[in-house]
Design a binder for this molecule. Structure first.
Ligand SMILES: [Zn+2]
Length: 439
C-alpha cells in the first residue's frame, strides 16, 4: 500500500514537473513550406493565419509571396495537409521534427561568451557580461549604454564605440523579435569586428563613426525563448485575458496598426493597445531621439528570408531618397553574396515582403529623418527559418559585415555619411580649389 502511494506520488510529481519544470518541446512539430499560386490560395492562408492561432506562420501569406512557412503541431498536421490538398496547394515538408533542429542549436551553457567562438548561441547573461568586458578591455573607446528597461525590469543594454568627439553615428538594433537568434549573434560579431579586426576597412569605419549597438532590444522575450518557449517573438507584458506579449516591431508610433499587425492579443503580431504602449519601444525610441540628429545610418536585424528592407511598410510609394537607398542596398547585397553566394532581395518593406507598419525603421526614418535606414532579414529562406544551425552563425555574420562595409562605401560615393570631419575636409578642399582658380 505504502509503495503504491509512493509511486502515485512520484507519478504526480512527474506530471507536475512535465508541466512546470520542462521547457516547452516541439517534438514532431512539422515545418511546412507552402507555395501558393493563386489569389484564392493566398486569401485562404490569410484566413488560416487570422483564425487558427494553433498554426505558427513563420512568414506571412502576402500577395505575391513565393512561399509561406508554417509550423504545425502534430495535432494540427492532418487538417492543415487536408486544406492544402483540397485546394491544390503545393507544399513540402521543410522539417519533419523541428525539435531535432532545436536540439542541435548549440547554446553556451556558460554565462560567459568565449572569445572567437562564433558557433554558439549565447544567453542574455553571457551577452550582457561580454558587453561589460568590452568596456573594460577597450576603456576609453567602449562605454556601456542603456536603451531603457524591459517590462520585467531587465536593462536594454548596449555599447557605444567611439574613437573621438564630433562624429556622426551608426545605430544597430538587434533582437527585437526574440526567436530570431541569429540577429543578436550577428550583431555581437559585428561589434567584435569593429573592435578587434585587423582589416583596414573595418578599422576605418570603426574610427569614422560613433557606433551605438544594442544586440538584444527585447531582453525578456529573448530570455523566454531560451528558457521556456523557443518560438517566442513578442515581449512578456501581460495584456488582455490570459494573453502575454506585444509584437515590439508593430508597436512604434508610425502608421501604428495600419497594416500587417493584429488587434488580437493572442496573435504573434499583436500591435499592443496603442503606439509605444510598451516599455521597451518607449524607452528605446526616447534613447534614439536623444541622438537622432547624429544618426547617418540605422540598421535593424531580423530573420529570416534574406531581404534588405527599406521604409516604408504601408506603401509602395518610394521615400524621398528611395532610389539612392535602393542603389546602395543593392550594391551592398551584391558584396554580401561574394563570400558564400548568399542571395538577398532588396526593396521597400511593402513591395519586398508585406505591408507591415509600426516597425522601428519606419519610425526612425520619418520621425528622426535618418538618411539611410535598413532592415536585414538574415539567413535563410526557410530551410531552417528561425532555428538556423549554429555552423551558419559565422558565415552569416561575415557576409553581413562585408555588406555593411559596402553600404557605407556606396553611401559615401553618393554623398551620404560624409559629414563631420570628412565634410569639413572636403569643404576646405573646395575653398582651396576656388581660391586657386580665382588666383
Ligand atoms: Zn523579426
Amino acid at each position: 500500500m505504502e509503495m503504491k502511494i509512493i509511486s502515485l506520488f512520484l507519478y504526480l510529481m512527474g506530471i507536475l514537473c512535465l508541466v512546470y519544470c520542462e521547457k516547452f518541446r516541439f517534438d514532431n512539430y512539422t515545418l511546412y513550406k507552402i507555395y501558393p499560386k493563386t489569389e484564392i490560395q493566398i486569401s485562404l492562408l490569410q484566413k488560416l493565419q487570422e483564425n487558427d492561432l494553433n498554426l505558427d506562420f513563420w512568414t506571412d501569406p502576402v500577395p505575391n509571396a513565393k512561399y509561406v512557412m508554417v509550423l504545425s503541431s502534430p495535432k494540427n498536421k492532418e487538417s492543415l495537409e487536408n486544406i492544402m490538398n483540397k485546394n491544390a496547394m503545393a507544399f513540402e515538408v521543410a522539417q519533419s521534427n523541428i525539435q531535432e533542429s532545436i536540439d542541435k542549436e548549440l547554446v553556451a551553457s556558460s554565462t560567459r561568451m568565449i572569445d572567437g567562438r562564433w558557433n554558439t548561441y549565447y544567453k542574455l547573461d553571457a551577452i550582457y557580461g561580454w558587453l561589460d568586458t568590452l568596456a573594460t578591455r577597450y576603456s576609453g573607446v567602449v562605454t556601456v549604454i542603456y536603451g531603457g528597461t524591459s517590462y520585467e525590469g531587465r536593462p536594454i543594454k548596449g555599447v557605444k564605440i567611439s574613437h573621438g568627439p564630433n562624429k556622426k553615428a551608426i545605430f544597430i538594433e538587434g533582437g527585437i523579435h526574440s526567436r530570431e537568434w541569429i540577429s543578436p549573434a550577428t550583431v555581437n560579431y559585428i561589434t567584435n569586428e569593429l573592435l578587434s579586426s585587423k582589416d583596414d576597412k573595418i578599422q576605418a569605419v570603426a574610427r569614422d563613426f560613433d557606433w551605438y549597438i544594442f544586440p538584444v532590444t527585447n531582453p525578456d522575450g529573448y530570455v523566454w525563448s531560451h528558457e521556456e518557449f523557443r518560438m517566442w517573438r513578442k515581449n512578456r507584458r501581460p495584456t488582455i485575458g490570459n494573453s502575454i506579449g506585444v509584437d515590439l516591431n508593430r508597436n512604434w508610433n508610425n502608421n501604428w496598426l495600419a497594416q500587417g499587425s493584429s488587434t488580437n492579443p493572442a496573435s504573434d503580431s499583436y500591435a499592443g493597445p496603442g503606439p509605444f504602449s510598451e516599455p521597451e519601444t518607449r524607452s528605446l525610441s526616447t534613447f534614439i531621439s536623444s541622438i537622432g540628429d547624429k544618426i547617418d545610418l540605422y540598421l535593424s536585424f531580423h530573420s529570416f528570408g534574406q531581404l534588405l528592407l527599406i521604409p516604408f511598410g504601408n506603401t509602395t510609394e518610394p521615400i524621398a531618397n528611395y532610389h539612392d537607398a535602393l542603389h546602395i542596398g543593392k550594391k551592398a547585397m551584391k558584396t554580401l553574396s561574394v563570400r558564400f553566394g548568399t542571395q538577398y532581395v532588396t526593396g521597400n518593406i511593402a513591395e519586398a515582403i508585406y505591408l507591415a507598419t509600426g516597425g522601428s525603421i519606419d519610425w526612425v526614418k520619418e520621425r528622426e529623418q535618418v538618411p539611410l535606414v535598413y532592415c536585414y532579414e538574415l539567413r535563410d529562406r526557410g530551410t531552417h527559418g528561425f532555428v538556423l544551425p549554429p555552423e551558419q552563425i559565422l558565415p552569416t555574420s561575415q557576409e553581413t559585415m562585408d555588406s555593411i562595409l559596402e553600404l557605407i562605401h556606396e553611401a559615401r560615393e553618393l554623398g551620404y555619411m560624409n559629414s563631420g570631419s570628412t565634410v569639413g575636409a572636403s569643404i576646405l578642399m573646395m575653398i582651396l580649389l576656388l581660391i586657386t582658380n580665382l588666383l
